[in-house]
Design a protein around this ligand. Structure first.
Ligand code: BES
Ligand code: ZN
Length: 554
C-alpha cells in the first residue's frame, strides 16, 4: 500500500501527522484498576495537528501542559478523538494519562479468578479497536508502529508484552505492528521452554498441563516455515490466560494469548495454536488495512491453519475439522443478512467486532482452497510465499490482494466470493466420512459432530439416556461440555443445570457463553434462570463478554 486507505473506525489523521513509534512508561495499579503514566509518540510526518483515538482515557497533560489539546465527544463505538496542537517543528509528543477501570481492552482479575488464587491478574485484548482504551494512539491497522515500554508492577507479579523482553518490565518491538497487536499481561507467571524458540507462559498450577498439550509447537513453526517462508518474529511463545479470556486465542506477535479451555488433555483442540501461529504470516506480517478487509487476516489464517495441521496431525484430522467448519458456516449463513455473507463487508456505523462471523474465516479459507484445487498446491503455495514476501510488514486492502493474484493468475475472477452472499456454485466441497471409526475411539470432533446431529426436537428422556452412557454432564472437554449444555437447555434436561451454572461462572470465553445465554432466553422459564446465573457470573466476565450478554438479556 502506498497511500493510506480510509479507515472509518479511526479518528486518526496519519496523512497529516503519523505516529511511528510509541514509548509507554506505565505503572500497574491493581488497587485502582488503572494503568498510569505516559505515552511518548514519535511522528513522521509531523504537521501542526495530531488526532489520536482514545476511549475512556483520562488525559492529564500533553507536553507537560493542561492546554493545547481537546478531547472530543464520546462515540459509543469509536470513543473520543484527542486533538493536539503541535508546536512547529515538534516531532514527538508526551501524553500523561490514566486508564479507567472499565477500559474495554483490559480485564482486571481478582485473585479468586486465577488458577493460583493468590495474586491478581491483568491482561489486554486490543483487537479490533480496544487499544485506544489503554493507549492514546492512531488506532487503525493501517498505521503500523514500533514500540518500547517500561511496565512497573509489584512483586511477585511478572509483566509480559508481545515484544522482545530486554529486562524484567522492559520491552521493545523493533518490527512495525498495527496497534491491535500491542498486548500486555501481568500476573504470577512462569515459563517453560518447549523448543529452541518456543515455550509456554502460564500460572504455575497450569504450566505442566499446558506444556504437554502444546508440546508440538516447535514442529508447527517448522512446518509453517517450510510452507510459507521464514518465521520473522524471533521467538514464538504461548501465554495461557485465566478462563475469563473472551476469545479462544489472540495472535499477539511472539506471544499468542490463549484460553485454558483448549487444554483438553488429548491435544484435540490444539489447532487453535496452529491458527494463531499462522497469523504470524497472515495478519501480523501482512495485515488487513481496515476492518472491511478482516477476511484477509482470518481467511488466509484458517486456510494455513489447516495446512499446518495436515503436516503435523495428518490429512484426516485437517479435513475433518475443515468439513465441520464448512457445515457450521452453511448453518450460520442461513441466519446472516446477505451483506454480511460477503467476504468484504460494510461496517458503516457498526462495531468491527460484529464482522467476526464464520464468513471471513471459513468462506475466506474456501476461496483459497478453491485456488489450490484449480492451480495445484505447488502453484498456490508459491503464490502465497511471494505474497507474504512482497507485503511483509505492510497493511493492505482486498484490492491489493486481487492485484497480486492477477499477476500470478491473470484469468482468476474472485469477485463473486468477495461481493456476493452465500458460496459460489463452484465453491470446493469438503467431504468427510464420519462413519468410519467406532464410537469408543472417537475424539472431540467426532463427538461434537454426533451430538449436533441428534434428532430434533431433543427430549430430556433422550438426553438422560445418552448421559447415562457417556456422562457428558461431567466431560472434561470444554467444547463437548458447551455443546452438551446447549442441548440440555433446549431439552430442559435438569440434571445438567448445576453444571451449566458452574460452567458459566467459570468460563468467560464468548464462543461458549453467547450461545448458552441465547439458548437460555429461548427456553421455557429460561429468562429467569439466565438472569439468576448472570447476576453471579457478570462481574467475572471481560467487558467484551459483558457487552455480548448484556445485549442478549436487555
Ligand atoms: N484474531 C482472532 C481473534 C479476534 C478477532 C479478536 C476479532 C477480536 C476481534 C483470533 O485469531 C481468532 O480467530 N481466534 C479464534 C480461534 C480460532 C482457532 C478460530 C477464537 O478466539 O475463537
Ligand atoms: Zn484468527
Amino acid at each position: 500500500m502506498s497511500s493510506l486507505p480510509v479507515d472509518i473506525h479511526s479518528y486518526g489523521n496519519p496523512g497529516e501527522s503519523r505516529v511511528r513509534h510509541v514509548h509507554l512508561d506505565l505503572v500497574v495499579s491493581f488497587k485502582e484498576k488503572k494503568l498510569k503514566g505516559t505515552a511518548t509518540l514519535a511522528l513522521e510526518p509531523a504537521g501542526r495537528r495530531l488526532v489520536l483515538d482514545t476511549r475512556d482515557l483520562t488525559i492529564l497533560q500533553v507536553n507537560g501542559s493542561k492546554e493545547g489539546f481537546r478531547l472530543g465527544p464520546r462515540d459509543p463505538i469509536l470513543g473520543s478523538p484527542l486533538e493536539i496542537d503541535l508546536p512547529s517543528g515538534a516531532r514527538s509528543v508526551v501524553i500523561e494519562y490514566e486508564t479507567t477501570p472499565q477500559a474495554s481492552g483490559l480485564q482486571w482479575l481478582a485473585p479468586a479468578q486465577t488458577a493460583g488464587k493468590r495474586s491478581p491478574f491483568l491482561f489486554s485484548q486490543s483487537q479490533a479497536i480496544h487499544a485506544r482504551s489503554w493507549i492514546p494512539i492512531q488506532d487503525s491497522p493501517a498505521v503500523r508502529v514500533t514500540f518500547s515500554a517500561r511496565i512497573q508492577a509489584a512483586a511477585p507479579l511478572t509483566s509480559l508484552m508481545a515484544a522482545v523482553q530486554l529486562a524484567p518490565g522492559r520491552f521493545h518491538m523493533p518490527w512495525p505492528v498495527p496497534p491491535y497487536l500491542i498486548a500486555l499481561a501481568v500476573g504470577e507467571l512462569q515459563f517453560r521452554p518447549l523448543g529452541p524458540r518456543t515455550g509456554i507462559w502460564a500460572e504455575p498450577p497450569v504450566l505442566a498441563r499446558a506444556a504437554s498439550e502444546f508440546e508440538d509447537m516447535e514442529k508447527m513453526v517448522e512446518a509453517a516455515e517450510r510452507l510459507y517462508g521464514p518465521y520473522r518474529w524471533g521467538r514464538y511463545d504461548v501465554l495461557v490466560l485465566p478462563p475469563s479470556f473472551p476469545f479462544g486465542g489472540m495472535e499477539n506477535p511472539r506471544l499468542t494469548f490463549a484460553t485454558p479451555t483448549v487444554l483438553a488433555g488429548d491435544k484435540s483442540l490444539v489447532s487453535l495454536v496452529a491458527h494463531e501461529l499462522a497469523h504470524s504470516w497472515s495478519g501480523n506480517l501482512v495485515t488487513n488495512a481496515t476492518w472491511r478487509d478482516f477476511w484477509l487476516n482470518e481467511g488466509f489464517t484458517t486456510y494455513i491453519e489447516r495446512r499446518i495441521q495436515e503436516e503435523i496431525y495428518g490429512r484426516r484430522q485437517s479435513e475433518m475439522e475443515f468439513a465441520i467448519e464448512v457445515d457450521e458456516l452453511k448453518e450460520e449463513m442461513k441466519e446472516l443478512p446477505p451483506g454480511d455473507q460477503h467476504l468484504v463487508i460494510d461496517l458503516t456505523g457498526r462495531d468491527p467486532d460484529d464482522g467476526m462471523t464464520g464468513v471471513p474465516y471459513v468462506k475466506g479459507a474456501l476461496l483459497l482452497r478453491g485456488l489450490e484445487e484449480m492451480h495445484g498446491r505447488d502453484k498456490l503455495d508459491a503464490f502465497l510465499k511471494r505474497y507474504f514476501d512482497r507485503f511483509a510488514f505492510q497493511s493492505i486492502i482486498t484490492a491489493d490482494f486481487v492485484a497480486a493474484l492477477h499477476e500470478s493468475f491473470p484469468q482468476d475472477d474472485v469477485s463473486e466470493w468477495l461481493n456476493q452472499p452465500g458460496l459460489p456454485a463452484d465453491a470446493p466441497r469438503i467431504s468427510f466420512d464420519f462413519e468410519t471409526v467406532p464410537k469408543r475411539t472417537w475424539e472431540t470432533q467426532e463427538w461434537l459432530h454426533w451430538l449436533r446431529n441428534q434428532s430434533q426436537p431433543l427430549t430430556a428422556a433422550h438426553l438422560r439416556e445418552i448421559d447415562m452412557q457417556w456422562d457428558f454432564t461431567h466431560s472434561g472437554n470444554s467444547e463437548i461440555t458447551a455443546q452438551w449444555l446447549e442441548m440440555a437447555i433446549q431439552a430442559s434436561y435438569e440434571p445438567a443445570y448445576p453444571r451449566l451454572e458452574e460452567f458459566l461462572i467459570e468460563v468467560g470465553r464468548r464462543k461458549f457463553v453467547k450461545p448458552l445465554f441465547e439458548a437460555l432466553v429461548k427456553a421455557p422459564g429460561g429468562v429467569e434462570r439466565a438472569k439468576n446465573i448472570y447476576a453471579k457470573a457478570r462481574s467475572g466476565y471481560h467487558p467484551i463478554t459483558q457487552a455480548t450478554v448484556d445485549a442478549i438479556l436487555k
